[in-house]
Design a protein around this ligand. Structure first.
Ligand SMILES: Nc1ncnc2c1ncn2[C@@H]1O[C@H](COP(=O)(O)OP(=O)(O)OP(=O)(O)O)[C@@H](O)[C@H]1O
Ligand SMILES: O=P(O)(O)OC[C@H]1O[C@H](OP(=O)(O)OP(=O)(O)O)[C@H](O)[C@@H]1O
Ligand SMILES: O=C(O)c1cccnc1
Ligand SMILES: [Mg+2]
Length: 550
């Protein structure tokens, strides 16, 4: 979830919380449970909850954790307003005692303690992303909001990180606002795709709110709004270094006449409305000329018109930026475009022409990029919308929020499905690294245990399969959870988006390539200590009913 700046002072200074992230942004059952807890005298009970997921998204074997800053802002502001209480009074059954509303109106998150992974870290199933300790009622009331703040943010950051890995160093732009799950989904998508490794967004509000670079080209509508050369309102452009304005239309037509042989087309195949549109855009943005070239025909019209205008601009001292291709075979068309750019650069001694940007868009997803890589292409930049922001390949991350301890006693949710059994008790997690810096394994331990030590053998066990265990001698031990919230205060300096983005890259670098590959990646091991193993299985036996066959 994102800060949409609705709590602005008249001067426009942000107060730092999204207007819709507030205590009532929750499921009704949290509040009805709060009343039932309250009524049954559980106001002094103290709980520990883990927020974690059970399966990595996108058939992958890693997840990027994101959304922490928004969770902390939510805790800081947690307070039921007068109108919230009034609404609840009208909505909940009339039998609810008045003292409960008084209790609710005084609730804050100051007695809650929150531990978390660093935002931007790689995370794995069952390792808590957040550990929340606090009065039972308060900790319970946080469940849904924390989940909604973490689930989409982490899914989106993971999706973006996967696109980044597929695209290597090529530029990635997020174009998804029009296709996103509503305005807030769109803002979150822009923010978390930047964290995951995108270079910019077309979303202007995201640019303003989060200081993300904003970028863009133009739509087909701009091209089709010109039908012929007489639609050109302005033809003159002043050279970059001053002097008398020159006629860009004339220069472009001259260049087009020269280029038709190279392009093996006849001049009248190229669309004059398109040429007029490109010239008018070049006059508006002579230093930022980027052209959509697929409106009529990339080879016969768009490329030829673009090159003519770019060379005319060059005559006046300006350098065009490049083209966008939004339909057709993107590999083939990008190779053709680069071939002409190189040929023109040689023929007319314009060296920078060979390196013009080729942007591709049109329903691109991770698989498209991987396939384009296999085919060979000359694209420098992908503009990606729908598949990125809607996470079409997997539309939700399944983070859950489970009680693991109450009043110092472990709690465990049993399930027929072994993968759904929760890890009881208050736990710490450690990432153990090899000498070469690779992450080897994540180890969950009971918080009462001593931390693993460098160069000391530690037994790591599969949580459920007795025979699966291994000794690890770590060269580095990283304690994964940091304290972020205590006594009503954020107790860490929070990184800005660029720092979180760097964290994503650094964290992914510690994963072996086989864990990150697209097809059948190797699962990263998440183990439990011997102590936690026995604790878990003992508790399981104590809690599982013994059936009777008849
Ligand atoms: N070389 C390629 N390899 C793999 N996928 C490609 C390649 N070129 C384009 N694509 C993808 O193929 C799909 C083509 O989309 P579609 O069938 O709608 O055709 P189109 O080119 O958009 O046609 P139209 O001109 O009618 O809009 C897009 O998702 C695009 O990203
Ligand atoms: O394809 P996406 O990954 O969602 O990227 C964004 C798309 O949005 C724009 O046009 P739009 O799709 O609105 O219209 P068009 O398909 O007719 O170009 C742009 O031209 C891209 O095609
Ligand atoms: O700037 C662009 O090219 C753009 C922006 C949003 C959607 N599609 C394209
Ligand atoms: Mg489209």
């Amino acid at each position: 979830m994102t800060d949409n700046g609705t709590n602005c002072t008249p001067e426009g200074k942000k107060l730092g919380q999204n207007g819709i992230i507030q205590p009532l942004l929750t499921d009704l059952y949290q509040i009805t449970m709060a009343y039932a807890y309250w009524k049954s005298g559980k106001t002094k009970d103290y709980a520990v909850f883990d927020l974690f997921f059970r399966k990595n998204p996108f058939q992958g074997e890693f997840t990027i954790f994101a959304g922490l800053e928004e969770c902390l802002k939510f805790l800081k502001k947690f307070h039921y307003s007068y109108s919230d209480i009034e609404y609840l009074r009208q909505t909940l059954p009339a039998t609810i005692e008045e003292e409960f509303y008084i209790f609710l109106s005084k609730l804050t998150a100051k007695d809650v303690t929150l531990y978390a992974l660093e935002e931007g870290s790689v995370a794995f199933p069952r390792v808590p992303l957040l550990r929340i300790e606090g009065p039972l009622i308060m900790a319970q009331l946080l469940e849904t909001t924390l989940l909604t703040l973490v689930n989409y943010a982490s899914l989106m950051a993971t999706n973006a990180a996967r696109y980044r890995m597929a695209a290597g160093d090529l530029m990635l732009l997020e174009f998804g606002l029009r296709r996103a799950q509503g305005p807030d989904g769109g803002l979150s998508a822009s923010k978390y795709s930047y964290i995951g490794g995108f270079d910019g967004t077309s979303n202007v509000l995201a640019g303003k709110l989060f200081n993300i670079p904003v970028k863009g080209t133009h739509a087909h509508a701009y091209i089709t709004s010109f039908t012929n050369l007489s639609d050109l309102h302005l033809e003159m452009l002043q050279p970059k270094n001053g002097g008398d304005p020159k006629n860009l239309l004339e220069l472009s037509l001259n260049w087009r006449a020269k280029l038709v042989n190279m392009f093996r087309v006849v001049s009248n195949e190229a669309n004059d409305g398109e040429l007029a549109a490109l010239i008018s855009f070049a006059i508006a943005f002579p230093d930022g000329f980027m052209a959509l070239v697929d409106t009529y025909d990339v080879k016969r019209s768009g490329l030829l018109n673009f090159c003519a205008v770019a060379l005319a601009l060059n005559d006046l001292g300006y350098r065009a930026i490049g083209i966008r291709i939004d339909s057709g075979d993107l590999a083939y068309l990008s190779n053709i475009a680069r071939m002409y750019f190189v040929e023109i650069s040689r023929t007319y001694s314009v060296p920078w022409f060979a390196d013009l940007m080729i942007m591709a868009s049109n329903d691109i997803n991770e698989e498209t990029i991987l396939s384009l890589n296999d085919q060979g292409h000359k694209i420098n930049c992908f503009g990606i919308g729908t598949h990125l922001v809607t996470c079409q390949r997997q539309p939700a991350l399944g983070c859950v929020y489970k009680m693991v301890e109450l009043n110092g006693q472990p709690r465990m949710k049993l399930s027929q499905d072994v993968g759904k059994v929760t890890m009881p008790g208050c736990k710490d997690a450690y990432r153990l690294y090899s000498e070469s810096g690779d992450a080897l394994i994540d180890l969950l331990q009971r918080s009462v245990e001593e931390a693993p030590e460098i160069n000391k053998k530690v037994l790591c066990r599969h949580p459920f399969e007795e025979s699966k265990r291994a000794y690890v001698i770590p060269s580095r031990v990283e304690k994964l959870h940091k304290l972020y919230w205590k006594n009503g205060e954020i107790v860490q300096t929070l990184p800005n988006l660029n720092k979180i983005r760097e964290k994503v890259r650094a964290s992914l670098r510690t994963l072996r390539p086989d864990i990150k590959r697209n097809l059948n990646p190797t699962p990263f091991k998440v183990a439990v200590s011997d102590n936690l193993y026995h604790f878990l299985h003992q508790l399981w036996l104590e809690n599982a009913p013994i059936g009777e066959l008849s």
